[in-house]
Design a protein. Structure first.
Length: 223
């Protein structure tokens, strides 16, 4: 059973599961409660490192949730250890809604989505946002790779639980880099064919009588 289920299946959620007929299946998942935070396994860590963005959900004092996208080069979210993620946060629109929410309540949800492989990972954790000067060594560790821009702080997330989501209804999409890598052999082949074509044209131009063009159909005598 997943600790994620134990945290996500609140009393209200359990009542809805009962109403919708999924309570029995949920009971099986809750049979052996997991008390300890789950470690980030190799597959999970590799999945996070391989993505160029994720969604970050926090909640303010008014109870309203807020979702923000965070992006950068693959690997900008660093797996610091089996229970901790971190990244350098750069200047954006300067509203600081997520930072303010995290200071009020560090409980957050992260959502990692890979359109190419049609996979998604959801995660609960406790986030902190601190100036880079408070821990220069950690800031340096998070510096490569990182998101381009003016660094304002570093964010760490102590992972409480995670779970793989079903792949249904994920539309396959590909980044520009992925398309560029996939199409590189095709572009190389087209370039070689164009070079061969240019060489053949040059040879024909140098020996115009070597090849006699076929008489067009319109110029042939009728039979």
């Amino acid at each position: 059973m997943s600790r994620y289920d134990r945290l996500a299946y609140t009393s209200s959620v359990r009542r809805v599961q009962q109403e919708m007929g999924s309570a029995t299946a949920a009971d099986r998942r809750l049979r052996d409660p997991a008390e300890e935070a789950e470690p980030l396994t190799g597959d999970v860590a590799d999945f996070i490192r391989g993505l160029d963005g994720f969604l970050f959900a926090s909640v303010g004092e008014t109870g309203w949730p807020y979702i923000q996208h965070r992006g950068g080069p693959p690997g900008f979210v660093h797996v610091l250890d089996e229970h901790t993620l971190g990244y350098l946060d750069v200047r954006g629109n300067r509203q600081y809604i997520t930072t303010g929410n995290v200071r009020g309540d560090g409980r957050v949800a992260l959502f990692f989505l890979d359109h190419t492989r049609q996979a998604r990972l959801k995660l609960f954790g406790h986030a902190t946002a601190r100036p880079v000067g408070e821990d220069p060594a950690l800031a340096e560790r998070l510096a490569s790779p990182r998101t381009d821009g003016t660094v304002e702080q570093f964010v760490t997330i102590k992972v409480e639980a995670f779970a793989w989501n079903c792949p249904n209804h994920i539309t396959p999409r590909f980044t520009q880099r992925e398309l560029s890598d996939a199409l590189a052999p095709v572009r190389d082949r087209i370039a070689r064919l164009e070079q061969e074509n240019a060489a053949l044209r040059a040879e024909l131009a140098a020996h115009p009588g070597a090849v006699r063009p076929e008489t067009p159909m319109t110029d042939r005598p009728a039979r």
